[in-house]
Ligand binder design. Sequence first.
Ligand code: FES
Length: 109
Amino acid sequence: MAKEKIKAKILRFDPDKDKQPYFQDYDIDVNGPVSISELLALIRRNIDSTLAFRTYKCYKGSCQTCVVRYNGKVVKACATQIMPNSEITLEPAAGGKVVRDLVVDFAAM
Ligand code: FES
């Protein structure tokens, strides 16, 4: 059983339903450090199946499919580790059109 938590504030937006983006808070049980990609997968699997994010392609930090804004900085989600008991903010990366939540279409600008 997980004894540690990460608190994540994630910007949500579904253009079909929402007038404005809004932040949603999650408390995620973890067993040690996790990558942002792993954290998002834990949320979707255990807490909220509606959260949209790009699932990784290479998982080696080379394709950049997984980029998100983490505490204001653009990072590769698969290559960025989060320590237990952290409080983080995740937003879609700038530079494209938000399709839903953390999914950005970089070709649509
Ligand atoms: S999945 Fe390729 S850089 Fe993250």
